[in-house]
Design a protein around this ligand. Sequence first.
Ligand SMILES: NC(=O)c1ccc[n+]([C@@H]2O[C@H](COP(=O)([O-])OP(=O)(O)OC[C@H]3O[C@@H](n4cnc5c(N)ncnc54)[C@H](O)[C@@H]3O)[C@@H](O)[C@H]2O)c1
Length: 384
Amino acid sequence: MAANILDRFKENTEEKVIDTSKKVRVGIIGTGWIADAHMASYLKQPDVEIVAGADLVEGKAEAFFKKHGVEAKCYGSHKEMLDDESLKLDAVSVCTYNRTHAECAIYALKKGVNVMLEKPMCVTIEEAAEIIKAEKESGKVLSIGFQPRLDENMKMIKKIVDSGVLGKIYYIQTGGGRRRGIPTPFGTTFIEDKTAGLGALGDIGCYSLDMVLNAIGYPKPLTVSGYKSNFFGIRPDYYPTHPEYADKFEVDDFAAAFVRLEGDIILDFRIAWAMNMDTPGDTIILGTEGGLRIPSTECWNGTVGGPMKLYHEVCGQQTETEIPIIKTSESLFDLKIRSFLDAVKNGTPAPVPSSQIIYNQAILDGIFKSAEAGHEIEITIPEF
Ligand SMILES: NC(=O)c1ccc[n+]([C@@H]2O[C@H](COP(=O)([O-])OP(=O)(O)OC[C@H]3O[C@@H](n4cnc5c(N)ncnc54)[C@H](O)[C@@H]3O)[C@@H](O)[C@H]2O)c1
C-alpha cells in the first residue's frame, strides 16, 4: 500500500521511440575482440542493418559474421569495403588495433561515411589532427569510443565539478592500474609496436584522462614530463603459456606524468598494466572549496570503483559526504552505440567529440615523446 502511494511521486519515464523507417547501413572494420561488443549492441538496435565487415586476416570477417548469425558482405581491408559503393554505407565502426585507427577513420570520412572510432583515438597527435581535418571536410559524425563516460557515476563527477562545490580546481591525481593485466588473451596485437603503438598508456591511460578531463571541461594541456617503462612485459615468465610473447613486447606497461593544464591546473598521472601493487591510488580532485575522492577499480577499466567521497566544510566543520554508487541496468556499450546512431540520424554533435579527445591524445603523445626525450616538453596541438 505504502509503495503504491510512493509510486505517485515517481517521474514519468517515457520510453524512447526510435524511427525505424530508414535503417542505418553499418559496416564493421576489424572483426577482433571488441567488434563482438559493437555487433551485440548494433543487433539490439531496431534501426540498423549490418551490411558488411572487413578484416586483414583471411576468413576472419566471414567467421565473425557466421558466429553472430548475420549475413553480410566480407572484405579483406577497410579500403576494399569502403570502395564498394554498392553497399551504400551510412556508418562504420572502426574496431581495428590502434595503429590503423587513423587510416581507417580518415578513409571512411573521405568517403562520406560516419565513424564510430574505438579508443584511443589513434597513436600520435599528428594522426589525430589528420582525422579531425577529414572529419571537418566531410561534415560527418565522428565519435570516439569512450563508453565509461556514459556511466551515471561518471556523469556525477562532472555534475559535482559543474556545481561549483569544489571551488577552483588546482590539482588532480588520476590513473589506475592492474597488478597483472597485460591484455594478451587474444594474441599480441596490444603489445607489438606495429599494431598497438602505445601500451597501457593508450589502452587504459586514455580512460583515466577522460574521467577527469571530461569533468573539468577538457582544458588545453600545456607541458608534460613523462615516464614509461616495460619491466613486466619483456619477462618470459610473465606469460607461463606463451613465453615467446616477451620478445614481442614493444610498448609501455607502466607510465607516469606530470602535466600542466590551462587554468593553472596540475595533473598527476600514472597507469599500469602490471606492477607490484594493487592500485596506484584513487583519483582525487582538489579544489579551493572541496575535494573529491573517486575510488579506483582493482582491474582498472576507467570506471568509478565505489562510493565517491566529497570532502568539504559545512558551517566551519570539516565534513565528508559519501556519494552512493548509482546502479543502472543499461549497458554502457549499448548507450555508446545508440548515442552515435542518434547523432548520425539527427545530424547532432558526436557524443564523444574529437574536439575534446584531441587533448586526451595530445597528453598520451606528450607523455610518450617526453619519456623518449628524458625531459619535460611543451605540448603543441597541430593545426587542423
Ligand atoms: N571500448 C572498449 O571497451 C574497448 C575494449 C577493448 C578494445 N578496445 C579498442 O578496440 C581496438 C581493437 O581491439 P581488439 O581487442 O578488438 O583488437 P584485435 O587485435 O582483437 O582486433 C583488431 C582487428 O582489426 C583488424 N584490422 C587491423 N587493421 C585493419 C584494416 N585496415 N582493415 C580491416 N581490418 C583491420 C585486425 O586484423 C584484427 O583482426 C583497440 O584500439 C582497442 O583499444 C576498446
